[in-house]
Design a protein around this ligand. Structure first.
Ligand SMILES: CC(=O)[C@@H](O)[C@H](O)COP(=O)(O)O
Length: 264
């Protein structure tokens, strides 16, 4: 692998991406800031909450696709705000209609408003229905390796365990589970939700994740454009560190220069 990692691509549902950073579109000051931050992030996949953001549902309001054109970005409609199977499935079908048959979606079925943790049973059911309905499903889930395995077995094209609660910025709470999910998976594993700053993104990549999806860490930074640029570099650095192979961690010191053949 060259140091530029030019051949190291992310492949999701048969499509190849250079960037391993996926970004959301919520919480920005305005559309201009959204567009500038996403540009600085280098992201190629941009997720949009269909229940909250206009992608053609309302012709009287600004359409976010005017600043995030589908010719440039892969649009990933998501089911944010859905708390049951039917609403999530309907939301994906609406997105497919609005986006002329586009079938790549991010499924999230939430359990409650306080934690925004996934309702795992409902997520499994919705994923099954959507896969049968020819959707390519990228799925938000908890950091449970068994659930991740089930979602992959159902045919999801990517599994996206949370780092921490959505919008919390707490970073990766359970790195060992994330590593186990990665080691067991044959589909891309992307950390989704809870990243707070660039080092969290780098850790996710060092654990072997295929990518990271984030929103709040960029949008709620004091300078979202600068944070987006930091995240881009962190994802690249973490990926290169993973590919390079970390030195074994040791409990005690080992001198950096050889101790044999000392002059005195
Ligand atoms: C944008 C999106 O899809 C969110 O549901 C996602 O989970 C991001 O979470 P953070 O805002 O914590 O990055």
């Amino acid at each position: 692998m060259s140091s530029s990692s030019s051949t190291d691509s992310l492949v999701i549902a048969g499509r190849t991406y250079r960037s391993r950073l996926l970004v959301g579109t919520g919480k920005y000051k305005d559309m201009d800031e959204t567009a500038r931050a996403i540009d600085a992030s280098g992201a190629e996949i941009v997720t949009i909450a269909v229940r909250r953001t206009n992608i053609g549902q309302n012709n009287d309001e600004p359409n976010i696709l005017d600043v995030l054109p589908p010719e440039r970005y892969t649009i990933l409609p998501n089911t944010a705000g859905c708390y049951d199977v039917d609403t999530a499935v309907r939301t994906c079908r609406l997105a497919r209609e609005l986006l002329d048959g586009h079938n790549l979606v991010k499924l999230e079925v939430l359990g409650d408003e306080k934690t925004l943790f996934p309702d795992v049973m409902a997520t499994l059911k919705a994923a099954e229905i959507l896969v049968k309905d020819d959707f390519q499903v990228m799925v938000y889930t908890n950091d449970d390796p068994i659930v991740a395995r089930e979602l992959e077995a159902l045919g999801c094209v990517a599994v996206m365990p949370l780092a921490a609660p959505i919008g919390s910025g707490l970073g990766i709470r359970n790195p060992l589970n994330i590593r186990t999910i990665v080691e067991n998976a044959k589909v891309p594993i992307l950390v989704d939700a809870g990243v707070g700053t660039a080092s969290d993104a780098a850790v996710a990549m060092e654990l072997g994740c295929d990518g990271v999806l984030m929103n709040t860490a960029i949008a709620a930074a004091k300078n979202p454009v600068l944070m987006a640029s930091a995240m881009r570099k962190a994802i690249e650095a973490g990926r290169e560190a993973f590919l390079a192979g970390r030195m074994p961690a040791k409990r005690f010191a080992s001198a950096s220069s050889p101790i044999e053949g000392l002059f005195f």
